[in-house]
Design a protein around this ligand. Structure first.
Ligand code: UDP
Ligand code: MG
Length: 160
């Protein structure tokens, strides 16, 4: 199974369309199946907007086991990989691209640590994550991965 970085040759859907200038930087997020099932989509989107992120692409969808495995291929040797693939394909998710100055780092601050037990007060994971596995949201860890992840989900007609 190849990783998502191998999906090359497509139009870069992470960049804005030609008629629009990017204001700041971009990152990629998912509201994960546990948070969708708990009816926390609205609460989490409100936190994202209130923190100053603009939503420049968004969709409600569900990953197959295969696509969840591809998205997280970097973790395929880790002991939790099977569980992570099952969990991420267990129900619908919301995928989105967010724009703000210093987006990747600022969004990682807003979501908090991977394990909600370690997440700072007021972060999305502190408020809504159930466990280190079912932790409510994804946030890209670098500009490069944000671009790869956004291109995995969005076509050129789905981003602004
Ligand atoms: N994960 C898990 N067990 C672990 C570490 C991670 O189930 O011990 C899951 C969790 O859903 C996490 C995802 O795998 O969000 C990706 O892990 P990563 O270390 O990249 O954490 P993140 O970047 O999401 O904070
Ligand atoms: Mg990560």
């Amino acid at each position: 199974m190849g990783g998502i970085g191998q999906l090359k040759g497509k139009i870069d859907t992470f960049a804005p369309p030609k008629n629009r200038k990017m204001k700041g930087n971009r990152t990629f997020t998912m509201i994960k199946p546990d948070a969708v099932a708990d009816n926390n989509i609205g609460n989490i989107l409100a936190m994202i907007n209130n923190a100053g992120f603009r939503i420049v692409a968004m969709k409600y969808t569900r990953l197959s086991q295969d696509l969840a495995g591809k998205f997280y291929a970097v973790h395929k040797e880790r002991p939790f990989f099977g569980e992570l693939r099952d969990y991420m394909s267990s129900g619908p998710i919301v995928a989105a691209v967010l724009e703000k100055d210093n987006a990747v780092e600022e969004f990682r601050t807003l979501i908090g640590a991977t394990n909600p037990a370690d997440a700072a007060e007021g972060t999305i994971r502190k408020l809504y994550a159930k466990s280190i596995g079912e932790n409510a949201v994804h946030g890209s860890d670098s500009d490069e991965n944000a671009a790869i992840e956004a291109n995995f989900f969005f076509s050129e007609f789905e981003r602004f």
